[in-house]
Structures are given as C-alpha cells and as structure tokens.
Design a protein around this ligand. Structure first.
Ligand code: ATP
Ligand code: ZN
Length: 224
C-alpha cells in the first residue's frame, strides 16, 4: 500500500457512516463499497477509505496513520483527554465542522428522583462511556463521584443497580425515557467534525485535500 495515497478514516457502521459516505460522495468520490472490507478504494481519485470504529479515528489521526478523519467531537475530546494522561501525541487540525451527528452528553437520573443540581451527585456512582469528559465537567463543579465504566448499555445501569446516575449521549431523549431516566444536565454538546493530521502533507496529498475542501465549502454555501 503506497503511503502517498490519501487516506480518510470514517466510521464503518453506525450513526455517522451514512452521512459521512454521502459527504464524500457529494465531493465526487466513487467509493467501491464492499460491506466488510477495512479499506475501500476510491475508483476515480488517489484516495483510500479506512472503515473503522469511531473510537479509533482520533488515534489514527494523532498517530499520523491517516490524513483525514470524520468523527464526533465527543469522541475526539474524550480521546484527547485520555491520550494526554498517557503522554501520547494529541495533535490534529480541525478542517471543518460538519452539520450532522449532533448530540449531547448529559447526566441523567431515575425519573422518580428529585433533582437539586449537580451537587446532589456528590459521592454517587455514575455509569458512562466518557469518563474523562464526565470528570472534567464534575471537577469544574467541585463534585466528587465514582466512575462506573461501561462501553455499552449505559442506560440500564441504574435499574441494574450498577450506578446511581449515568452520563450518556442523548439526541431525542427517547432511550432515556424508555429506561425510566430523565436528563438533568448537559455536560458536552457535540457534532461531527472533519479533522486532519497535524504534519505537512505531501504536495500530491495537499492538492487532493484542497480540492475536497473546495467542494465541501461549495456544498456548505449551497445548502446554507
Ligand atoms: P462504533 O461501533 O463505531 O464504536 P458506536 O456505537 O460507538 O459505534 P454510534 O452509536 O454509531 O457509535 O455513534 C457514533 C457517534 O454518533 C457518536 O459518538 C456521536 O458523535 C454521534 N451521535 C449522534 N447522535 C447520537 C445519539 N443519539 N446517540 C449516540 N451517538 C450519537
Ligand atoms: Zn464507538
């Protein structure tokens, strides 16, 4: 595999994949889509698409493995905080904010419980997939708590007796409601972003980046 080829990392399957594919296709990329391939080739440009879990995208950018990535700011910021603690590089350039993938990371508690502000979480157990964003927020508020780290099914943790509250992504709130929870405080607001690794690109790659950015900006202008 030539290192000269422009590499774009995107979520393989999930909430960002359809709109990311649409974005790239409206930039003129003809992506050869075969469902379970890690790498999809672009037929009409010197570009490879890496299809991975969204959680891996910031690291691929920060380790200079790919040139561009599309990921939620929530995952980008959480990974940055985690890597800072581990002493790993955290550099990236923000290319453009995108107009999809909007959601918020929020604290939620059982509906029957009275909410008297974040101070009422003092000393409690909070289940989350975002321990660093949660801690940064609650540290700012001066609230001590215990993290229960879960990578899935966070919303069932209170009912299962694993935690007193959760800090999880919300868009409509329907999932919270279905699990007997209510949103009480927004911790972080997120959208999808297009990011680039923070070293200079080869001239051939820079030319591709320039072309794609021009097309993206054209679309942003056209659609408001
Ligand atoms: P993967 O298998 O790639 O790790 P995932 O389960 O972590 O997938 P998704 O649920 O597909 O991820 O969410 C991907 C991103 O979509 C989130 O990190 C967030 O930026 C965004 N998003 C938008 N709305 C929501 C929502 N209601 N719930 C969760 N994520 C949302
Ligand atoms: Zn993920």
């Amino acid at each position: 595999m030539s290192t000269k080829k422009f590499r774009i990392a995107m979520q393989k399957k999930g909430r960002l994949s359809v709109e990311t594919t649409e974005l790239l296709e409206s930039c003129g990329l003809k992506i050869n889509k075969r469902e379970d391939r890690l790498i999809a080739h672009v037929e009409n440009m010197e570009i490879d698409i890496l299809r991975v879990r969204d959680d891996d995208i910031p690291g691929l950018i920060m380790d200079h493995v790919v040139d561009w990535g599309v990921v939620g700011e929530n995952v980008l910021e959480e990974t940055t905080l985690e890597r800072q603690q581990e002493g790993l590089p955290v550099g990236y350039n923000l290319v453009r904010k995108l107009d999809f993938g909007g959601c918020r990371l929020s604290l939620a508690i059982p509906v029957e419980q009275e909410w008297k502000g974040v101070q009422s979480l003092e000393g409690l157990k909070i289940a989350t997939t975002y321990p660093n964003l949660t801690k940064r927020y609650l540290d700012q508020q001066g609230v001590n708590f215990k993290t229960v780290l879960l990578t899935g099914s966070v919303e069932v943790a209170p009912r299962a007796g694993l935690a007193d509250a959760i800090c999880d992504l919300v868009s409509s709130g329907a999932t919270l409601e279905a699990n007997g929870l209510k949103e009480v405080q927004v911790v972080y607001r997120s959208k999808a972003v297009l990011i680039q690794r923070d070293q200079e690109l080869y001239p051939e790659k820079q030319a591709i980046a320039d072309t794609l950015i021009r097309r993206i900006d054209g679309m942003i202008q056209a659609h408001g």
